[in-house]
Design a protein around this ligand. Sequence first.
Ligand SMILES: Cc1cc2nc3c(=O)[nH]c(=O)nc-3n(C[C@H](O)[C@H](O)[C@H](O)COP(=O)(O)OP(=O)(O)OC[C@H]3O[C@@H](n4cnc5c(N)ncnc54)[C@H](O)[C@@H]3O)c2cc1C
Length: 342
Amino acid sequence: MEKILFIAHTQADGTLPNAAREALSAALELSGKIAGSTLTVGLFGKDVKPAADAIAACGAASFIGVSGEQFAESRYATDAAAITALARQAGATIVVAPTTSRISRAVAGAAQRLGGRIDTHISGLDVADGAPRLQRWYYRQRMVATQSRSQRPWFLVVDVGVFPAWSGVAGSAPLQSLAVDQDTCTSRTKVIGIQSPSSDTQTIRPEAEVLLVAGAGWTKKQADGQLHIKDAEGIILDFLQKNKASLGSSKSLVDQSSEGESVLPFMSHLNQVGQTGSTPRHPKGLATCCHGEEPHAVGWRFINERRAINLDAGCGWAQGKADVLYVADAFQVMKKVNELLG
Ligand SMILES: Cc1cc2nc3c(=O)[nH]c(=O)nc-3n(C[C@H](O)[C@H](O)[C@H](O)COP(=O)(O)OP(=O)(O)OC[C@H]3O[C@@H](n4cnc5c(N)ncnc54)[C@H](O)[C@@H]3O)c2cc1C
C-alpha cells in the first residue's frame, strides 16, 4: 500500500506558495488513483498551523508539521532535516513536493538520507496496473518519457504550471507537531537577511498570468528611419507594471548588449525564451517585435494561449505557432493596450 506524503514549506507571510497548492492537487490526484493509498500533509516553516488550516479541507488523512524559528528561513541543513523527519514520521513510500527553490535545494538530501530515489521536473503523474508513473521531458522538451520506479521512498518534485492550484475552504487541520532531532540540524549557515530586487526591477515572474516577449524589433529602426529605444523601454515597463506580467525575450535582443548595440537595460540572458533559453509556463503569451523563429518558439511549448504582434504577415508566428497574429505596429498597439489597462 502506498503512503503518500505531500510536503511543502510556508512563505515569509505564513501562507503556502502557489506551487505548493499545485503539488497538493498532484498528490490528491495520485492518491485518488492508487487504491488503498493514504495521503498525509507534511509542512515545515516558522509556524505552519495557518497554512495547514488553509488546506484543512483537502481530504488528507493526517497533517504533520515541523515548525519553529530555525525553520523560518531556507537553509539546507534545517530543511533537509525537517523533510527527513516528516517523511520518516509518515512512513512515506511516495513524497510529492513542489518545485520551489527552497524544496529543490534540500529535498535530494532527504531522499539520500532515507535511502530513497528522487525525480524532478515532473510534468505529469498517472497510474498503470496500480503503480504510479511519472512523465517528464528530456533534451530541452523534445522528448517526453514515462517512468516508474520500484525503490521507495520515491520523491516526486512536480514542476509549476502543470496541475491546477488546489483551492477550497479553510478549516481547522488536526495538526500534529513533530520535533526534529537537533543533531541532524547542525549548520554553520546563518541567514542574516535577504536581498532581492525591487518589484520594478524584477521582470521574471513565473506565476504571472501573462508572458510578454520582446524581440529585437523594439530596438530596430522604425518606419521613420529612427530608433525608439526609450519609447520601447517605457511601453514594455508600463505593460509589465500594469499587468504584473513576466518578461521574456528573444535571443537576438539579449545578445545585443554583448554585441555593443543599443539595448533595453532591464533585459538580461535570464529573460531569454527558447531552445537555448527557458521554457516558461504561463496561461497566456504575447510576442511583440519578435519573428517567431523555431529556436525561439520551441520555448513556448507550455504557453497555452499564444498571440503575437508583428509588422510582417509572413513571420514565424503566422506559420501555425500563434493562435492569433496581429499584423500591426507593436509600438502603437502596446501604447493603446497600456492606455486601456489604465
Ligand atoms: C542554435 C541556436 C539556438 C537558438 N536559441 C534561441 C533561443 O533560445 N531563443 C531565441 O529567441 N532565439 C534563439 N535562436 C535565434 C533565433 O533563431 C532567432 O534568430 C531569434 O529568435 C530572432 O530574434 P527576434 O525575432 O527578436 O529578431 P528578428 O529576427 O530581428 O525579428 C525582429 C522582428 O521584429 C518585427 N518588428 C520590427 N519592428 C516592429 C514593430 N514596430 N511592430 C511589430 N513588429 C516589429 C520584425 O518584423 C521582425 O519579425 C537560436 C539560434 C540558433 C542557431
